[in-house]
Ligand binder design. Structure first.
Ligand code: NAP
Length: 257
């Protein structure tokens, strides 16, 4: 068990960091990917090691194919296996604003990082897992995509983000379908409103909405809430489920009267 290797994208800060630390506390070896904040990634590495795991930091931009390939190669060169891929790295829109003014530049970048990158990284890692499986070098490999309530919640001031997360949800279904026969299970963990840098700019707005009962569980989500859900999947507690969506949203998704 202590040999298992997880590759967590965007693990320098926020939700990705909490996922990495949760895995570390269960003895996983964790690849901590980040885009540009090397200091934060080093802190995550120390936290993973402090929790009892091992960590390797690797810079790579999810929006760049060559970076994704290097990330996978470095992981395999260093530890020789990937048991778990967590597609967590993601970006909000560079600038919130009316979707009638959304630029192609913003659309392309958000889609590249939030959807195209995860798709091709998953394809690459799945192919690696398919090679490792018959060699007995991994046993129950899994893939977890960090989605969002934005997959089904319209926010007209960040349309491209919503589209990227809706696409990511179908990506979970597709890979779950394609990989089940090989014993690779695929899940979406779908956070609601989580207190991280990403939501820093709209903190007051969400404070008020939560206080008024937007979510049945009236508090902000914590990165650790998401980390706990990913760890449950990683540790194999959902063995007869694939393509499943795990809502980590304080009940936001419930229709209420
Ligand atoms: P965050 O606090 O902004 O942290 C984002 C992390 O992703 C950072 O470590 C960042 O690296 C990394 N990252 C960003 N762009 C990247 C790229 N192109 N390549 C590689 N890494 C990249 O975000 P978060 O709130 O933790 O969000 C994590 C995931 O959860 C995202 O997919 C987000 O869409 C999803 N989510 C968040 C919420 C929420 O309320 N916060 C709700 C639903 C879903 P650097 O540190 O190097 O910048």
């Amino acid at each position: 068990m202590q040999e298992r290797v997880a590759l967590v994208t965007g693990a320098g800060r926020g939700i990705g960091r909490a996922i990495a630390v949760a895995l570390g506390s269960a003895g996983w070896r964790v690849v901590v990917n980040y885009q540009s904040n090397a200091e934060a990634a080093a802190e995550t590495r120390a936290l993973v090691e402090g929790a009892g795991g091992q960590a390797l930091t690797v810079q790579a931009d999810m929006g760049r194919g060559a970076d994704r390939e290097r990330l996978v190669q470095q992981t395999l060169d260093h530890w020789g296996r990937i048991d778990l891929l967590v597609n967590n790295a993601g970006m909000g829109v560079p600038k919130r604003g009316d979707m009638l003014d959304t630029t192609e530049e913003s659309y392309d970048r958000v889609m590249d990082v939030n959807l195209k990158g995860p798709f091709f990284l998953t394809q690459r890692v799945a192919n690696a897992m398919l090679q490792l499986l018959p060699q007995g070098r991994v046993q129950d490999p899994k893939i977890v995509n960090i989605g969002s309530i934005s997959a089904y919640t319209s926010s007209t001031n960040r349309a491209e983000y919503c589209l990227s997360k809706a696409g990511l949800s179908m990506m979970t279904s597709l890979f779950a379908d394609r990989l089940a026969e090989h014993g690779i299970l695929v899940y979406e963990v779908r956070p609601g409103i989580i207190e991280t840098d990403m939501t820093g700019g709209v903190h007051e707005k969400y404070d008020q909405l939560i206080a008024k009962g937007l979510t049945p569980i009236r508090r902000w989500g914590r990165p650790e809430d998401v980390g706990a859900a990913v760890l449950a999947i990683a540790d194999g507690h959902l063995p007869f489920s694939t393509g499943e969506i795990i809502n980590v949203d304080g009940g936001f998704h419930l229709r209420r009267l």
